[in-house]
Write a protein that binds this ligand. Structure first.
Ligand code: 5AD
Ligand code: SF4
Length: 448
């Protein structure tokens, strides 16, 4: 039987969600999913093009599969996702490593394209679509507590450094009703947290419904289910959305709001459409409307023409906002983008040095912020045993911080517990159980 598929996923959470869609499509067409590449007839890599080193890693991995194919010639090797859009020519025609190349808007055709490869041809589908949202496809998800739901696809922002508008195409949104149904199904299966995903999730639009309406509708499905969302562009974070987050206790008080740089000049070159004064104004407003809200961000160091002064402005913004967390990157030129035409004039050495300073500052801020929580009580959704020891459980706060507490037989995966924090590092909080939050089947006195 030629029906065992192995998939590896790289890059952002949108790709994780897309892999679940792909598995849904393939399972419906009679394929089995295997976690063992040696056991598979089809090997797929769902890829990322956002930075050069992501692509390099994937090329390395493809080398392994090429070796595997030498000893098993009938193996079909395929590339999905952003690299499929960018490098189809190189992958299929020049390097001849892969049999199937399918971009993010053509997953529906994957079964036929794999068939074409089994029949000795190449399966290629790289057209981008203005309408494809996979609204009717049921993603394949293993049971668990946390699920990703992609609610919109593509991006119309065209930040000058970013390849996403070219690899994932224009913005388009799913129907509100279908997303809410998906949340309901997940709730019935015992999921306790969903993250609404989109490259620019705040520009979600289904006729008269905007992203705030979608969040409100999803939050009402099951009050025990936490709702998160990512990524927010500062330009589209509306007051209505902030009030909606504040109004619904199960919508997490946590906003991922990429700033990218602290320098207005660099932000203009990046086409980010805001300046730092506006960005900080937004943060202030969010803090007023949503008490206890916390933020994370993305930062790029070494964008073309970035000076030491620009870099210091980025450090200043970090100190001002005091992010809970940050994803920090060195600028990587991407062919086809506007910034690619600018000279990549910050040396690798300086990029590395600046990035290091950014990372160190963020670690210090995270550590200070975590230490401020000592002696405080936090509500934690318990996710399971800690990776390091069965004697401890791990969970997360509303603001997405990892908390470790001692195990107890009555505290189950999916329980909400009140925890008193007694120790903190920059990455983790440690605490003691105080009480169960919901009066439910778990509510048995721990000392009984
Ligand atoms: N170089 C470095 N970082 C990038 N990002 C996007 N494109 C690039 C690039 N060319 C970062 C941005 C974005 C995150 C997902 O990846 O910070 O918010
Ligand atoms: Fe890329 Fe900017 Fe769109 Fe984010 S908002 S996906 S960084 S173009």
């Amino acid at each position: 039987m030629r029906n065992k598929v192995y998939i590896e996923t790289y890059g952002c959470q949108m790709n994780v969600a897309d892999t679940e869609l792909v598995m849904g499509i393939l399972k419906k067409n009679g394929y089995e999913i295997t976690k063992d590449a040696d056991n598979a007839n089809v090997v797929l890599l769902n890829t990322c093009s956002v930075r050069e080193n992501a692509e390099q890693r994937i090329y390395g991995r493809l080398g392994n599969f090429k070796n595997m194919k030498n000893s098993k010639p009938e193996l079909v090797v395929g590339i999905l996702g952003c690299m499929a859009e960018r490098l189809r020519q190189d992958l299929v025609e020049d390097k001849k490593i892969v049999d199937v190349v399918v971009g993010p808007d053509e997953y529906r055709h994957l079964p036929e394209l794999i068939d074409a490869a089994f029949n000795g041809g190449k399966g290629i589908g790289v057209r981008l679509s203005r309408t494809e949202t996979y609204d009717d496809i049921i993603p394949y998800r293993e049971d668990g507590l946390q699920a990703w739901i992609s609610v919109m696809r593509g991006c119309d922002k065209f930040c000058t450094f970013c390849v996403v508008p070219f690899t994932r195409g224009r913005e388009r949104s799913r129907f509100l009703g279908s997303v809410v149904d998906e949340v309901r199904q997940l709730s019935m299966r015992g999921f306790r947290e969903v993250t609404m995903l989109g490259q620019n999730v705040n520009s979600y639009k289904d006729n008269e419904n905007d992203f705030a309406d979608l969040l409100a509708a999803a939050a009402q499905v099951d009050r025990r289910m936490r709702i998160r969302f990512t990524t927010s562009h500062p330009q589209d974070l509306s007051d209505k959305l902030l009030y909606t987050i504040a109004e619904h206790p199960n919508v997490c008080n946590y906003i991922h709001l990429p700033v990218q740089s602290g320098s207005d000049r660099i932000l203009r070159l990046m086409n980010r459409t805001y300046n730092i004064e506006q960005y900080l104004g937004l943060i202030e407003k969010a803090k007023k409307i949503i008490p206890g809200v916390s933020f994370s961000t993305d930062i790029i160091s070494g964008f073309p023409t970035e000076t030491y002064e620009d870099h210091v402005m980025t450090l200043d913004v970090m100190r001002e906002v005091r992010y809970d967390g940050a994803y920090m990157f060195k600028y990587s030129p991407r062919e086809g983008t506007k910034a690619y035409k600018m000279e990549d004039d910050v040396s690798e050495e300086i990029k590395t040095k600046r990035l290091q300073e950014i990372i160190e500052l963020q670690q210090q801020i995270s550590f200070e912020k975590n230490r401020e929580l000592i002696e405080m009580e936090e509500i934690v959704l318990v996710e399971g045993k800690s990776r390091k020891s069965d004697e401890f459980l791990t969970g997360r706060t509303d603001t997405n911080k990892v908390v470790i507490i001692p195990s107890h037989e009555n505290i189950k995966e999916g329980s909400y517990v009140k925890v008193k924090i007694n120790r903190a590092t920059s990455a983790t909080l440690f605490g003691e159980f105080v009480d169960f939050v919901y009066p439910d089947e778990n509510k048995i006195a721990l000392t009984a």
